[in-house]
Design a protein around this ligand. Structure first.
Ligand SMILES: Cc1cc2nc3c(=O)[nH]c(=O)nc-3n(C[C@H](O)[C@H](O)[C@H](O)COP(=O)(O)OP(=O)(O)OC[C@H]3O[C@@H](n4cnc5c(N)ncnc54)[C@H](O)[C@@H]3O)c2cc1C
Length: 410
């Protein structure tokens, strides 16, 4: 009996996904690396990934993130959380199951706010896994962790908007199947602070869009890419404005809640895998006449890893439960809390697993170095730690706002 009840179907999906990981995903990791190496192109789309996608689809392990039963699995956040965790154990699993960011968030936005044309042209192939997409909010010129700073201009001209500005860190923009972006910019700089921004659907090959370069992550060129993109007089028809002018901020809040919890669950999966590797390595290598695992400090790391994983998983499940029962807004504190806690805890566990592996830990013979690099980016992507902590602290302090500092009398 689990602490939180989930449906029999969600339980079955967990079993099916675990089997898929053992039978197909882990064995495919080496082939994936070989195909990428042989291609010599960091943005190559390896055939093994399409084989995995076909198998995942055949097993019904497809679009598991998607809460709408007509087009996706129709699972609650609580039901999806353990599945995201399992997929997080391998860097190729989320895409194999069509559950990878930023496509997941973009699909949700198109489902909620897209026109029929957007759904036909973009959502359908995204759900089919034949297209990829990017989300362009962050800009090199302004501190984008405060999204109200975003400056890309969206100026209305007849029945079109004209876009000018620069974005960067648009993940997936160099994916071989990337055809479309959701772009956030300013339609009315004179409007109230949170009504200035809008979001639009922009084809990546629209005239005036230039993908300038890929941004490396600790020297890794991620296959999907994190692109710097220039927008020069890009004309976007008014019907490609999502929801309405001034709705950009509201859409980004709707988009980022589920996205954050997915990242956290995957981070816990990465931590579980690192702990497993740490234990296996510590048991199998001997120094000074005894297995490395027999040293007290190593056992301490292993115990702390187990404690931390259990704590952060419970908090993540609580956040998922609240999102399902009282809504994303009411779950804001818990979502922000896990967004800070999960990557930090996963990073510490991966770091210790690397240490236990010695030199091997930082090579690509093990998935730890890449996992570390990816997890470190999560302390920035979808909002840096400090911004989430700020939000938690402000809500906490709000409860006491009527209190005056001690010693000050009316
Ligand atoms: C791998 C990766 C993938 C990404 N993918 C995408 C994507 O697909 N689309 C997209 O639009 N963006 C993406 N991003 C960008 C990411 O969301 C931003 O980097 C992040 O929001 C921070 O914005 P910034 O880089 O402009 O930092 P800034 O806003 O310049 O902030 C810099 C630092 O200032 C500190 N800081 C900020 N505010 C406060 C505060 N109130 N109190 C204390 N300290 C503070 C924080 O430490 C913060 O890291 C990605 C980033 C990475 C690393």
């Amino acid at each position: 009996m689990s602490l939180f009840d989930i449906s029999e179907r969600a339980q079955q999906l967990q079993n099916e996904l675990l089997d898929f990981m053992d039978a197909h995903v882990y064995p495919a990791e080496t082939m994936y690396e070989e195909q990428m190496r042989a291609a010599g192109d960091p943005h190559f789309h390896p055939p093994i990934l399409e084989e995995l996608k076909a198998e995942a689809r055949r097993r019904g392990l497809w679009n598991l993130f998607h809460p709408h039963p007509a087009t996706g699995a129709g699972l609650t956040n609580l039901e999806y959380a353990p599945l995201a965790e399992i997929m997080g154990r391998s860097h190729i699993a989320p895409e194999a199951c069509n559950c990878n960011a930023p496509d997941t968030g973009n699909m949700e936005v198109l489902e909620l706010f897209g026109t029929e044309k957007h759904k036909e042209k973009y959502l359908k192939p995204l759900l089919d896994g034949t297209m990829a997409s990017a989300f362009a909010m962050t800009e090199p010129g302004v501190a984008s962790s405060d999204a109200t700073n975003v400056e890309l201009s969206m100026v209305k001209d007849g029945d079109e908007y004209v876009l000018n500005g620069r974005k960067w860190f648009a993940s997936n923009a160099l994916h071989k199947n990337c055809k479309v972006m959701i772009v956030m910019g300013k339609t009315d700089p004179a409007a109230p602070t949170h009504r200035q921004q809008s979001m639009m659907v922009v084809p990546i090959d629209a005239p005036g869009v230039t993908v300038m370069r890929n941004l490396p992550v600790f020297g890794y060129a991620d296959r999907e890419g994190h692109a710097e993109i220039d927008f020069k007089d890009v004309r976007v028809p008014v019907e490609d404005l999502l929801k309405g002018e001034g709705e950009g901020f509201a859409i980004s809040q709707a988009r980022l809640g589920p996205g954050r919890i997915h990242h956290c669950m995957r981070a816990i999966g990465a931590a579980e895998r690192a702990l497993e590797l740490m234990c296996k390595r510590a048991q199998s290598r001997v120094t000074f006449g005894k297995p490395i695992a027999d040293n007290a400090n190593i056992q301490d790391w292993i115990a702390e890893a187990r404690i931390d994983i259990e704590m952060v998983r419970l908090l993540t499940l609580k956040a998922a439960y609240l999102m399902d029962t009282v809504g994303n807004k009411e779950a804001q504190t818990e979502i922000a809390a896990i967004k800070v806690a999960a990557p930090a805890i996963a990073l510490r566990i991966v770091d210790r697993a690397i240490q236990v592996h010695g030199g091997a830990g930082i090579t690509d013979d093990f998935p730890l170095a890449m996992s570390y690099a990816h997890l470190r980016t999560l302390r920035l992507a979808d909002g840096p730690d400090e911004v989430h902590k700020r939000a938690i602290a402000r809500r906490e302090l709000r409860q006491y706002r009527d209190l005056r500092p001690e010693g000050i009398r009316a």
